[in-house]
Design a protein around this ligand. Structure first.
Ligand code: APR
Length: 254
């Protein structure tokens, strides 16, 4: 396949993934039919509403509890990047996803642009301008579920009594300090950037493929549907992430 040939001589592959890399693990994406934003109104999850409205916090915890109710496992697409990294041919992955499946697959360098649902953090008593202002406390996400199960509808920070939020980046929230720079640095080191399962509609994440191209990388897009960057890609593979990448890495690594 063309993708095998394009990657055969690559020694600095970087993955850039979106929710579409995890749908074959059973996690719905956001904008496909049946996706999260076709079932929930994203405006209900904006940072300022989370801060001011306990009902929004309760809805968010309900959504998070539903998210972790399933035992998600990495699929062949996540494993493909981990295998290439183990073989010294992939520098790591920049992901928009919060599910932690790249790390579960064995990827060691993972930049989580939108944070992680695997942890919760203190965001302070009244953070403003979309910027968490917590005391520094954080914990595994299970800490929150234990309190919710014990009947605490709105868990607060055990250290300073501030608000607690999943360690993810919501609409209207600033990205965590240094994350975009780390992501840009990584994609600029790529000889091939492989974008998988993203509609490439949300910024600043969607600007990163151009950073890679500006730094001389070739661009591959593996996606179920067209994206706004198909026109500047060296190769577009229309297909399912795991179904495409599993056999490609088998062919590359044997
Ligand atoms: N294989 C290939 N492509 C897939 C697969 C699959 N198995 N499943 C879905 N896709 C494609 C869809 O066609 C779609 O183009 O993946 C893309 C997923 O796009 P979105 O649902 O918009 O997800 P994403 O690009 O990650 O969204 C970016 O938006 O809401 C915010 O914070 C959220 O990180 C998210 C960001």
């Amino acid at each position: 396949m063309e993708l095998v040939e394009l990657l055969r001589d690559a020694r600095a592959v970087v993955g850039f993934t979106g929710a579409g890399v995890s749908t074959e693990s059973g996690i719905p994406d956001f904008r496909s039919p049946g996706g999260v934003w076709t079932r929930y109104d994203p405006r209900n999850f904006e940072f300022d509403r989370y801060v001011t409205d306990p009902e929004v916090r309760a809805l968010s915890w309900e959504m998070r509890t539903e998210f972790f109710a399933e035992p998600w496992a990495p699929n062949r697409a996540h494993l493909a990047f981990a295998r290439l990294e183990d073989a010294g041919r992939c520098l790591g992955v920049v992901t928009q996803n919060i599910d932690g499946l790249h790390q579960d697959a064995g990827s060691r360098t993972v930049v989580e642009l939108h944070g992680t649902a695997r942890r919760v953090m203190c965001i302070g008593h009244r953070p403003e301008y979309g910027t968490p202002a917590g005391c520094g406390w954080d914990a595994p996400h299970t800490w929150a579920f234990e309190r919710l199960d014990a009947g605490e509808a709105d868990p607060h920070c055990p250290r300073c009594e501030g608000l607690v939020k999943s360690s993810t980046v919501s609409f209207g929230q600033q990205l965590f300090p240094g994350v975009v720079d780390a992501a840009s640095d990584l994609v600029r080191r790529a000889d091939v950037l492989v974008v998988v399962g993203s509609s490439l509609q949300v910024y600043p994440a969607a600007a990163l493929p151009m950073d890679a191209i500006d730094a001389g990388a070739r661009l591959v897009i593996v996606n179920d549907e067209p994206t706004p960057f198909d026109g500047v890609a060296d190769l577009v593979v229309r297909g399912r992430a795991g179904e495409v990448l599993g056999p490609v890495v088998d062919a590359l690594l044997g």
